[in-house]
Design a protein around this ligand. Structure first.
Ligand code: SF4
Length: 191
């Protein structure tokens, strides 16, 4: 079947991201990670930046975070291929440091915002402060988590990234709550 214009543009963006040198993060990456999943998905998940395993594989949400997501989705009738999953910046910052403003601004203005428009999801889960701040302008995860924020005709949820559990044990319960809310809102979309 012929690809739609939107799908062709998403392919084009992914190809550009793979060879992008627009901000300094390209110098230390192994693989840029454009994101993957269903181009017409109703649900989009946006995290901060690729981690080590993502940088090595070129795929988002692999390793333990990916297994956690699969676990969360049990019983929803969905799996990760039903979503579009990506990051705010597409290249791994050295030693997983927080991406700088210039890196975030460059990457999102060239790629993320257009990806959101093209996929056009009804529900967007933002994981971590960088994603929440960039897309919704909120100051922190805590300020926005635990509720549904409606904006521009979409629903947004803010939560902690599952990986946070490995260095902040106290946030483990909050991660579970955030993903329980995601699961509930996914079920509501189906009604
Ligand atoms: S982080 Fe984004 S803007 Fe920077 S080099 Fe990678 S793809 Fe390009």
């Amino acid at each position: 079947m012929a690809k739609t214009k939107k799908a062709r543009r998403l392919d084009e963006l992914a190809a550009q991201i793979k060879v992008c040198t627009r901000c300094p993060l390209w110098e230390s990456r192994n693989e840029a990670v454009p994101g993957d999943g269903k181009y017409t998905s109703e649900v989009m998940i946006i995290a901060e930046a690729p981690g080590k395993e993502e940088d090595e594989s070129g795929k988002p949400f692999v390793g333990s975070a990916g297994r956690f997501l699969n676990h969360v989705l049990e019983g929803t009738g969905l799996d990760r291929t039903d979503f579009f999953i990506t990051n705010t910046v597409k290249c791994r910052p050295p030693k997983n440091r927080t991406p700088k403003k210039l890196e975030v601004d460059t990457c999102t203005s060239n790629y993320l915002f257009e990806q959101i428009e093209l996929v056009n999801p009804r529900l967007v889960m933002l994981l971590g402060t960088v994603a929440a701040k960039t897309v919704l302008g909120v100051k922190s995860v805590n300020e926005a988590r635990g509720r549904v924020i409606e904006r521009d005709g979409r629903k947004f949820l803010v939560g902690y990234h599952p990986a946070v559990r490995f260095y902040r044990e106290d946030l483990g319960e909050k991660v579970k709550e955030d993903f329980a809310l995601l699961k509930r809102e996914i079920k509501r979309l189906a009604k």
